[in-house]
Design a protein around this ligand. Structure first.
Ligand code: CP
Length: 309
């Protein structure tokens, strides 16, 4: 099979195992391309893509734009803070006005969960979810999986601990859905107040003790506390959180085995992870960022093949 089963990328929940395998396999080819002296291919030469960011981003926005340029697409960047959204224009009106300029694909980040699904039903363009509130961040999960695959040569039975603010994390949900589909084993770890009540229904185990989670896992994916999405206090103080859930050299020394350290970024150094660990030899945080370009090239290339469906 060389085509995706879906016309949009709204969430990992819409992808089959074959879709995920196809994206990861295609990303490998694009990783080779972007490591060549000439880093560009003309695969999307006739495609125009708009990046609509209604919420802040560094990695995802730049990574998508670079991926689009590496594929030869025409690119428009839209930032809500400098647009007519500030004058009261709706999401649908904004999108339709951009599409009237003959745009084929929209990459959107929005603070409202479900915003990308909503847009996909209202406008005639392919939509890629670049993070919608606390819901999903599918390309982050794909690049995380690609990075794990590159380390272990498989995803099957790889043990991944996702640590931190699971409750507010779109990265956690997309990772759980993807890793389960691909046969990896997932534990979530954090204070019980930051773990959704029914998370075990997604097929993951819960561990509230960081040391135990680290003793079990091959990979620790560290998440930051999403203060911008918290309207209530989920733990007594940041200091108490770091005492119990910070990944630092002391904790790693105790477990006496090497584990791969991941983080989707942005990192809050000294909170969920210390600098020596984030920058240490077992960290693949910057490899994740590099892999993000190849994975996003694969996603857009494969979706472009579904344009007429
Ligand atoms: N990982 C991630 O989504 O980072 P940004 O918010 O910087 O895009």
């Amino acid at each position: 099979m060389s085509r995706l089963s879906t016309r949009h990328l709204l969430g990992i929940k819409d992808l089959t195992k074959q879709d995920i395998e196809l994206i990861l396999h295609t990303a490998q080819s694009f990783k080779e391309v972007i490591n060549r002296p000439i880093k560009k291919v003309p695969s999307l030469r006739d495609i125009t893509i708009a990046n609509l960011f209604f919420e802040n981003s560094t990695r995802t926005r730049i990574s998508f734009e670079l991926a689009q340029k590496r594929l030869g697409a025409d690119v428009i960047n839209f930032s809500a803070s400098t647009s007519s959204v500030k004058k009261g224009e709706t999401l649908i009106d904004t999108a339709n006005n951009i599409l009237a300029m003959k745009v084929d694909m929209i990459v959107m980040r929005h603070s409202s969960p479900g915003a990308c699904v909503f847009l996909s039903k209202k406008v005639n363009a392919q939509i890629i979810n670049a993070g919608d509130g606390t819901h999903e961040h599918p390309t982050q999960a794909l690049l995380d999986a690609f990075s794990i695959y590159q380390k272990f040569g498989t995803l099957k039975n790889v043990k991944v601990a996702i640590v931190g603010d699971i409750l507010h994390s779109r990265v956690a949900l997309s990772n759980i859905l993807l890793l389960n589909t691909m046969g990896a084993k997932v534990k979530v770890c954090g204070p019980s107040t930051l773990i959704p009540k029914h998370i075990s229904s997604l097929g993951v185990e819960v561990e509230t003790n960081l040391e135990k989670a680290l003793e079990w896992c091959d990979v620790a994916n560290m998440l930051r506390i999403q203060s911008e999405r918290q309207d209530t206090k989920y733990f007594p103080s940041l200091r108490e959180y770091t005492l119990m859930y910070q990944l630092n050299k002391n904790v790693l020394d105790k477990i006496k085995r090497n584990i791969v350290i991941m983080h989707p970024g942005p990192i809050n150094r000294g909170v969920e992870i210390t600098s020596d660990v984030a920058d240490g030899k077992h960290s693949i945080i910057l490899e994740q960022v590099e892999n993000g370009v190849a994975v996003r090239m694969a996603v857009m290339y494969l979706l472009a093949g579904k344009q007429e469906d």
